[in-house]
Design a protein around this ligand. Structure first.
Ligand SMILES: Cc1cc2nc3c(=O)[nH]c(=O)nc-3n(C[C@H](O)[C@H](O)[C@H](O)COP(=O)(O)O)c2cc1C
Length: 195
């Protein structure tokens, strides 16, 4: 099983990178495969809303294709974003819009989307406690639901909206615990689904 981590930060070595790599390192220890994608290093054009994807292909030829390929084969997707103006980054939103073509094919009752039934979980890193982490996670959850995925949060004992970091990730022990719980919840859910 493969868990895909997508980093929506423009920074290569910032707090979101630390948080997501911390999460993926823990997952790897349990024997699951992981893949890491950093949007800051990718060229992703805006969706132009032309709906040409309804006939199979996007008009853009950029790095989105490799991201779509990874999404299609993963069992779980972790999105990680810094909080920018109380919400996800523009990089992450641009990527989300470009996944609209993964919904193609689910137009009749009973048909599924390409990401239907996969697990989705989020990590939000803000400069401040209560800086918008919850809305940032809800942005991600809305995306997962639009893709007919299964949304999970950080599980007991906290079980709120997912993993949240305030300030420097490596110093935020409580925030790191929310990542630990999120990982445990992901593993438990994958094991239950694939029994
Ligand atoms: C344009 C911009 C907007 C930001 N808005 C918020 C915000 O609304 N709430 C918050 O807590 N932090 C905000 N921050 C701070 C970042 O979320 C924080 O520094 C985060 O740790 C950066 O993650 P990174 O190092 O992975 O880029 C903002 C930073 C920038 C550059």
């Amino acid at each position: 099983m493969m868990i895909l981590g997508i980093n929506g930060s423009p920074h290569k070595k910032g707090n979101t990178t630390y948080a997501l790599k911390y999460a993926l390192a823990q997952i790897k220890k349990t024997g699951f495969e992981t893949e890491y994608i950093h949007l800051g290093e990718k060229k992703i054009n805006y969706c132009m809303g032309c709906l040409k994807c309804r006939s199979g292909n996007c008009i853009h030829n950029d790095d989105m294709q490799l991201i779509l390929d990874a999404m299609k084969i993963c069992n779980c997707m972790i999105l990680a974003s810094p909080v920018f103006m109380g919400q996800i980054t523009g990089q992450l939103k641009t990527m989300m819009d470009r996944t609209v073509l993964l919904r193609v094919g689910g137009t009749h009752i009973g048909e599924e989307f390409k990401l239907s039934g996969k697990i989705g979980a989020g990590i939000a890193c803000g400069g401040f406690r209560n800086g918008g982490q919850e809305l940032t996670l809800q942005n991600m959850h809305t995306f997962f639901l639009q893709q007919d995925m299964i949304v999970i949060a950080d599980g007991p004992p906290f079980s709120h909206s997912g993993a949240t970091i305030a300030g420097d990730t490596y110093k935020d022990n409580l925030g790191l615990k929310t990542i630990d719980n999120l990982i445990k919840k992901i593993i438990r859910t994958l094991e239950k689904i694939n029994k």
